[in-house]
Every structure is written in C-alpha cells, then in structure tokens.
Design a protein around this ligand. Sequence first.
Ligand code: ARG
Length: 463
Amino acid sequence: NEGSLWGGRFSSGPADVMAALSKSTHFDWKLAPYDIAGSKAHARVLHRAGLLTEEELAGMLSALNRLGDDVASGAFVPADTDEDVHGALERGLLERAGEDLGGKLRAGRSRNDQIATMVRMYLRDASRQIASGVLDVVEALAVQAEQHPETPMPGRTHLQHAQPVLLAHHLLAHAWPLLRDVERLRDLDRRLAYSAYGSGALAGSSLGLDPAQVAQELGFDGPVENSIDGTASRDLVAEFTWVTAMIGVDLSRISEEVILWATKEFGFVTLHDSYSTGSSIMPQKKNPDIAELARGKAGRLIGDHTGLLATLKALPLAYNRDLQEDKEPAFDAVDTLALLLPAVSGMIATLTFHPDRLAELAPQGFSLATDIAEWLVRQGVPFRVAHEVAGECVRLCEQHTPARELHELTDQELAAIHPALTPDVREVLTVEGSLASRDALGGTAPARVAEQLEAAKQRVAEF
Ligand code: ARG
C-alpha cells in the first residue's frame, strides 16, 4: 500500500471515509523540513548503533538531502494516498534511496516520537518569529512615546476621567505586557528544548539508539526523561497557544483604545490612510479595520487555546490519535499573528496624535480633585478630611450652570470650604503641576516617564 506506514495485518485498505478523516498532510506538510532534519539525525544514530553501514549512511543522507531539496522546490508534494507528512516523506525516501535502504530508516522510531519532536522544533522557530513581531509593536509604541514626551491626556479608570497622565506613560503601559509576552516565549523555549526522539511509540527504543545524540544534532538541550511523557504530553503546545492568546488579548486592548480614540467624540488620533479602510456607501468614512480585526482575532486565538485544552482533557496515556488535533490550533495561532503583528505595528507607528485635544481634555471631569486632597495632606490635613473637602470642591463646581472647573473656584469659595485651602493650592490645579507631583518610581512625572522609556528600550535591546 503505497504511502502507508502500516498494513501487514490488514486484509483490506482503509475505507475512503477512514482515509479522509485520518489524513493530515494538508496541514502537517508544514513540518516536512523538520521531519527530514530528524530523519538525518536518526540515520546517524542508526549508523552509530551498527544498524547502517558507512556506505548505507552516505546513501541515506544523500537521498534525504535530495528529498529535502525537492520538498523545498515543490517538486515533491504529498500524494492522495499519503496519510501524513511521515508517510509522504517515507514514500519520497523509498523513491530516492530504493526500498531496501530506504526501508531501514524507520527502525527504532515511531511517528509518535517523530511528531512530538517536530512540533517542538516548529514551535521553537515560530516563537522566535512571533517574538520579533511583538518587539516591533513595542518599538512602534516606544517611538510614539518618544515623540510625545510632554503631552498630557486624561487618564481613566472605569472609562471615566481619573487623573491626568502623560500620553507616553499610557502608551508604554501597553508596551510592558508585550515585553512580558516576549519573555514568556523565551521562557517557554527552555522547556521546548527537549527532544522526544528515541521515545518510540511510548516505551523507548531497544536498538541501542542514543536519544541524546539526536537531541544534540537537532539543536535541543537534551532528550526527554520519560518516553511516555515525550510522546503523550502536549502541555507545551498548550502553553504556546496560551501565550499567543495572551498576545492576541494584549493587541486587542491596544486596538480597542485606538478604535475609541479615533472617534469624533474622543478625537485623540487620526489613522493613516494606508492603515484604514473606507465604506462602500458612506464616502466620508475612515474605519479602524486593523484594530477591529485585531480585536476580533483575539477571540480566534483564545479559541485555538481553549479548543486544544478541551482536546487534551481526560486523554489517557500514552499516545492517542486525538493528539493530532494539536497542530491546527498552533499553526492557526502562528499564521494569525504573522498577519496581525506587522499590521498592528504599522498602524501604531503611523498614528497621528492630537496633543491639543488631549491636553484640553486632561484636566476636565475634575481629574485634579485627588491633587487637592493630596496637597491638603501635605499641609497636615488628615486624608479622610482632605478627601471630603476635595469632594465638596467638586460639588460646588457642579452646582454652577454650566459646571465650572476646579481652578475656576475663587479664593473665597476655597477658604469657605476649608481654612487650609489657601490660594497656594493652585500650584497643583494645573495639569503640569499634577503630573510633576507624581514623581515616585513608575509615576507619570515627565522625568520618570523619560526613564521608563529608556528602560523599555533597554529591554527591547536585550532580547
Ligand atoms: N499524525 C499523527 C499526529 O499528528 C502522528 C501519527 C501517529 N499515528 C498513529 N497512528 N500512531 O499526531
């Protein structure tokens, strides 16, 4: 049975529906280069164990190299009869090395340890590629922050005006979680760095093959300690899809703000024409589609993760065919982020912020009330009282039609609310004064934010 890795004990081939359900070449073909690398390492180990002569090893490696070239050029592709990447590549090897030599490669390995190893190799490469895309987003945020070192904006909690902050401070608040995502990918790589090769189907190999040698040749730190774990666990794939889901969520939170900021009501930013879309009926429209797709695709990335967890739940040891379902979610997460990350970094890099609008809104909504309270505390007033007093200032402003802002209260009105409220309080009743006063580490004072920017850039440079 051409392209099949089993069949001896069967009197019939698979039913069409069996073959159709079983087939995975339409997605696992992505792993072909890793499988060929694994096969070369495996051939060397067979040779070392005395199971391939010097000449056979040379013939095997040459056939595998030719097969690798043909896979890369597209001259060799899976056939309809191939069940999976492993079967297709064995067919390709037999065509190139001949049945006698090619048929020797499969000794001492199983698709179960092969696939577990290939997936790890794939995820290690994918992690590096994703990390670089995430760092580009961080960079775009940092460049915007750098261009607006003094621009204030309304900081919000509950989406209500809370306290003024620097735009740069806010932008960098999106950068740190992304930097942690990169760190998570790096950290995951330490666990991905163990090869399952040599685990066989589940129990290990009896042929005197050295898993450590394969591991080293494939760039792993070593082989897994337990062959059952090596073939049956997919926690690392799930950890990967958790990180990709988290990246999706982090991009979605940035995007949600961009969507709000680009509305007429906010008016904080204008999107670049090349990073926005129009409407087929409304000529005036300029839509934040990248941000909306990022928000939407976060749902998809979360689905990749939760779907995989649901597949893994309650699977008995060791290998079960359910495990084949690990690949599409992981691949989908990688493909999704490959599209999304450059679009989001481009969108952020090309945003035009409107500093006047941001500055105008920064003190509105009584966002300096906390500054009054904290100023009173510095005059020796207990915070409980100070909080009440500042609240009364807000109430007095609101009684007026139209409502006044805190700095519009007269000296007499302030003194009438509390004797400690002297005209000196006005030093914190400006956005600049408020920002400058929050000068503890991590605060929004311009000097602190400048340091923070340097720290973020330093982190990027370290990765
Ligand atoms: N295609 C399978 C997977 O992706 C590997 C093949 C193992 N098949 C088997 N019948 N043991 O997990």
